[in-house]
Design a protein around this ligand. Structure first.
Ligand code: EPU
Length: 299
């Protein structure tokens, strides 16, 4: 007979799909991370609020995962509950210039769908990996353009299960940053502009081509490791120190773009942290610039 503990009983009672001791390396684009005690797929708002209530009552550590494209989990894994939004959080609706979507939908997929409806605004972001929720949380973007430009409002559920609507003016968006850290983004409302479909599709293919030529597509990476310092590029600074191809353990600095660190199959979080610290110190010694990580490091 299988003996279930309290948490398992609760998750079964609200009909959540969950896995025990789930390797987080399966859920991050770096393919790094030890096991999570619980990996829970939440399909409805009701399930989400129930799980949050349970987490609060039992003082359990938790983390919301999106596409796992900007995350570094430790090799020891996560002692608590990882929540992944799915089901109704993967739906979207387009009506005239308004796009409403769940936070778990892929940003790239949504950009392609809106392009097909001759709606402009997301095409510049079409090759950014990850979910729309993750992109809003980190105000993802390319040079001089970020997702906050096209947001009208969002729905969030705070860590106590309280649902709220935040208009763009309620949110503080900065370069690769928002003040949404105590909220779970559940729904996003965009207002896009009408434009010529062929022009939008052309921008998408140019953006894809540009990425292919300047970034290590198809490798195990987490996008840019560091934020750009004001008016400069972290990649350019690291490259100027001749650090492309430099490696620690199984993690290598990309030869294509020096702000991308690649897991060469056998890399671990410890190697990654050592390489981040090494590069941070080198850049500081040479330029007196303190690089800040763009990826989120989860302990
Ligand atoms: N450069 C080098 N060597 C390198 C990398 C870049 O000399 O190894 C030079 C380039 O030649 C260029 C300048 O640095 O003159 C800027 O490079 P790039 O155009 O690649 O842009 P970036 O500042 O390195 C930012 C975003 C990217 C985004 C690109 C394109 C950040 C931290 N990075 O990179 O976003 O794709 O612009 O818009 O803001 C991400 O956030 O994960 C990301 C990949």
């Amino acid at each position: 007979m299988i003996i279930k503990n309290n948490t398992e009983h609760f998750l079964s009672s609200i009909k959540c799909n969950y896995k025990l001791n789930e390797p987080l390396s399966k859920h991050t684009t770096l393919c790094i991370g030890g096991n999570a005690d619980y990996f829970v797929e939440v399909e409805t708002e009701q399930q989400l609020t129930s799980v949050l209530k349970f987490i609060n009552e039992n003082k359990i550590k938790f983390f919301i995962i999106g596409g796992g494209s900007n995350l570094l989990f430790s090799d020891e894994g996560f002692k608590g509950i990882i929540i992944k939004l799915s089901g109704c959080f993967c739906k979207y609706e387009i009506s005239q210039n308004n796009v409403v979507c769940g936070a778990a939908i892929s940003l790239s997929y949504l950009a392609h769908q809106t392009a097909q409806q001759s709606l402009s605004g997301l095409e510049y972001l079409s090759s950014i990996p990850g979910t729309v929720g993750g992109a809003v949380y980190g105000n993802a973007g390319i040079k001089n353009y970020s997702i906050s430009s096209v947001i009208d409002k969002i729905e969030v559920i705070d860590y106590f299960g309280q649902k709220r609507v935040l208009t763009k003016n309620d949110i503080k968006f900065e370069y690769r940053k928002s003040n949404l850290q105590d909220n779970i983004i559940t729904k996003i409302f965009f207002i896009l502009k009408n434009a010529d479909k062929n022009d939008i599709l052309k921008t998408i293919s140019q953006e894809t081509e540009r990425r292919k030529n300047t970034q290590p597509i198809g490798t195990k990476n987490a996008g840019c490791i560091f934020k750009n310092p004001k008016d400069d590029s972290a990649g350019r600074l690291i490259d100027s120190l001749n650090l492309k191809n430099y490696s620690i353990g199984g993690i290598k600095i990309s030869e294509v773009h020096a702000n991308f660190f690649i897991n060469q199959s056998n890399g671990c979080a410890k190697d990654m942290i050592n390489l981040i610290n090494f590069v941070t110190n080198k850049v500081d010694e040479q330029y007196n610039i303190k690089l800040e990580t763009e990826i989120k490091i989860i302990k």
